[in-house]
Design a binder for this molecule. Sequence first.
Ligand code: GTS
Length: 250
Amino acid sequence: MTHQKHFKAYKRIVARTSAHCTSGAARALSETQLSRPTLFYTMAPYTLTYFPVKGRCGALKMMLADNDQQLKENMVSIEEWMKGDMKGSCLFGQLPKFEDGDLVLYQSNAMLRHLGRKHGAYGKNDCEASLIDMMNDAVEDLRLKYIKLIYQEYETGKEAYCKDLPNHLKPFESVLSKSKSGFLVGDQISFADYNLFDLLLNHKVLCSASLDSFPTLKSYVDKIAARPKIKALLECENFKKLPINGNGKQ
Ligand code: GTS
């Protein structure tokens, strides 16, 4: 590749990568740094292929940002997806797809677990890991209800969903109110925390009063949102501008 071509390709990668601002370092990428492509390539060990939405990847991006990890993002437009070739190439016919070197993963929760294992966000021992799994499965149960509402019942079901929401939030409030660390399990943040935090943010958008009767959940959200690298990600224009869901409902 000529120097010029290399630079152009590199700029494209930077545009995509800094699009989600995984960390202050990513946001700080400047034209000056563009003249050191080799250094940059070695900084992004992970690749995410997904639609241009927060969707099922908000928690993953938060965990990476919080751990100062870079992410290369390939955004797939719906037009591209509809051609079918990419769908056919995905193990379960769906995105997200995550790559860590030669390892290719589908299933967003498997990605969270993989990164939790690698970045010290999967508990201190087997029992903590099992409790984290349990909490993350509970987050997934609620996420599935949320997705069903958003994609299938938004107009007819939103009111009833918001009314019933406290029943689904109560167990999380209960676990957190007993936690000394303020995290779901043990004394450090886990992938289940990033996942719950992401889903609670979605619910604050859906039903603005959703956390009003849950003081512990409310301060949990505030505390995680104030972690400097999470705060930087949440404030980053390129992350903010991604819609939460693919159909524009939120
Ligand atoms: N269980 C999967 C996961 O957790 O990764 C679900 C993935 C999924 O539902 N992907 C949707 C998809 O690929 C996109 S999104 O709901 O995550 O935004 N849809 C396109 C299709 O053809 O199914």
